[in-house]
Design a protein around this ligand. Sequence first.
Ligand code: HEM
Length: 753
Amino acid sequence: MDRNNPAKAVKAAVETAAEKVTDVLTPDVPGAPGSAPPTVDEPTTPHDPLPPKKEQGTPETRTPTGAETGVPPTAKGQQGAYLTTSQGARLRDTDHSLKAGPRGPILLQDHHFREKITHFDHERIPERVVHARGTGAHGVFTGYGTAETLTRAGFLKKGRETQVFVRFSTVLGSRGSADTVRDTRGFATKFYTDEGTFDLVANNMPVFFIQDAIKFPDIIHAGKPHPDREIPQAQSAHDTFWDFVSLHTEAQHHTMWNMSDRGIPRSYRTMEGFGVHTFRLVNDAGETVLVKFHWKPKLGVHSLVWEEAQLINGVDPDFHRRDLYDAIEAGAYPEWELGIQVFPDTPEETFAGIDLLDPTKIVPEELAPVQPIGRLVLNRTPTNFFAETEQVAFHVGHLPPGIDVTNDPLLQGRLFSYVDTQLTRLGGPNFSQIPVNRPHAPVNDMLRDGFHQHAVHAGVAPYRPNSLDGGNPFPAGDRENAFVDVPVTVAEAPKVRAAPASFDDHYSQVRLFWLSMSPVEREHIIRAYTFELGKCYRQEIRERQLRCLANIDPVLCAQVAAGLGLPAPEPTVPLADVQPSPALSQLGREWPADGRMVGIVVDPDGDLEDVAQVRMAVFSAGMVPLLIGPHGGAVRGTPVQRSFATARSVEFDAILLAGAPAPAPDALPARDAKAGAAGSETVDPRVLLLVEEAWRHAKAIGAWGAGAEVLRQAGVAGTPGVVSGDSGGDVLADVQSLMAAHRVWQRFPASVG
Ligand code: HEM
């Protein structure tokens, strides 16, 4: 499609779609379970397991030690047409336990019963201690070659393709918690390079709460639910979180990011990713540079608004998970560019006065531009959530030759923590042999035995030096591409529990972030602080956090204080004189709308042929149309995916009204509480609610024909971002142009400059 002119592209798509409209093979909306439609009656003819869905992938079929097997990916799943025991013996009956007579007790000898129940009893493993809630996808990374002079890492060479698995996550919530909570998001990528696995274990925020890993249990204990009542789930809006961050002021920068729109992403596809720490690259000549890693999403950085996020948590707690899978199934493959900020590797490890070892600091992109070094495309969903997404194990110490760590004290601690926690979570030391964790490089270690050993190691001498195995394995030298521990000089120094003085500045970059925001983003930040602190019980904690805000900005502090009904304190440190970084704002640019959801309200008395054309045009523009009718099933032969009872505005990025449907028979407050929200004789009240909410959340709205009447009754006609016209095609073109800016920002008049 023509990215520079979405309106033109949509018009063209409408014209093409009009020719195809009689085609019965119109695309399906993504999300249907199973790779084949089920029959109404229970199937009785034995056959092999169905193949995975077309968009599903699995880890490559490698041996536990990294060799290619050549067997098809489905060989990893169940085989044959018949039910068997775990040992492959066919079974006649799995619905009745073996009993002493039809009314008698179960016999201990019922090995099938015992195997089935015992295995079930042990299906759960401990969830991750942090980042428990997440979702993943397979993809491919292609190097641009632009980093070739900086690093010897082969996967960054021009055109080199590397398989990847990515897991996105929230930090605080349990495995079953909702997706759209206010929180930091994890963005962990496993590159299966042929020189060893590289894990870039990143977040969607470039700074962290703490400067030293020894504080990690403290921040997590403070953010997790209170230990007495175990509430609130997956929230930072509670006393222990604010108690900690207001006392431990190095957390203020990360906290501001969480309170900004970055804390509530619209989609994993619209998040940036940041390696946070400074890493060290080393090239063939042994020369080094310091770098920070960035992921830049093709769709731009885009967030929810807070009310929308809260509603989604109830309406669709799996919103981000569904969004990722649906986008891949629809062929709207999520894409990011990997980039690096590059700094000279000087003994001070600073750049423009910023300490590169302090993970609470960024280097503004205006000072060190992000240079693209490769492209990531996610193109396969997992076939089995547990086997892949739940069992994947990332570790910041998984580095290929050419990438090394620095002395950032947070990174240093992480190097210990990941394997340590995975030993418990994945039940022993052999989790790198789980299919999703298997390297794609030959493995010849001297690690042996342990729970769940899958490799069948040969030889008698897993030690070095040896002669009994002919000396194998041999250490590799530079010419055999051995990993390089860069021989950085470590200054002779007293052994201390201390941080450098440069780590003491806790406010200047928080102010930098605040000053870099657009007025509407500042409004959202004020609202977020006010909401979160308003949820605390203890006045003392609110007052203490206001003291921190006073050191960031007087307007921010005064506005939050007003919302809390408290006086605004004076700053205790001079306000930093900082240069804003416009790159930190999410607003002001235009982006493609791939995989966005468009709700189309269908009027049973309207022109359904026009609706069919618009639906095809939405597909052709790379988005997903969901038709919303007065009841489920089909409306005059046109299948609908949502009814007025099941649809809610928060599912959609834009609403199109193909008519003004009259109240449906179930539009009774007694049957559907949403119907009580508005009173109209002529338009279904749930449609009015849909439009009012979409308007309030600054989404584009379009109507044609009788649809204009809905705009009038909802009181939104003629307002910014609301378009009407004679044909669906024209209106869709206008709506898509509006969507390029993500939201209709003029609908949020800002009170702060
Ligand atoms: C810049 C700071 C940090 C970032 C960007 C970060 C990122 C992440 C991400 C993305 C995950 C989820 C991995 C997955 O999807 O499986 C994760 C998990 C985890 N992180 Fe961190 N983290 C940071 C700091 C720390 C620190 C300081 C520690 C401990 C000292 C830590 C310990 C853990 C643990 C224990 C897990 C669970 C791993 C598992 O069970 O597989 N993290 N982290």
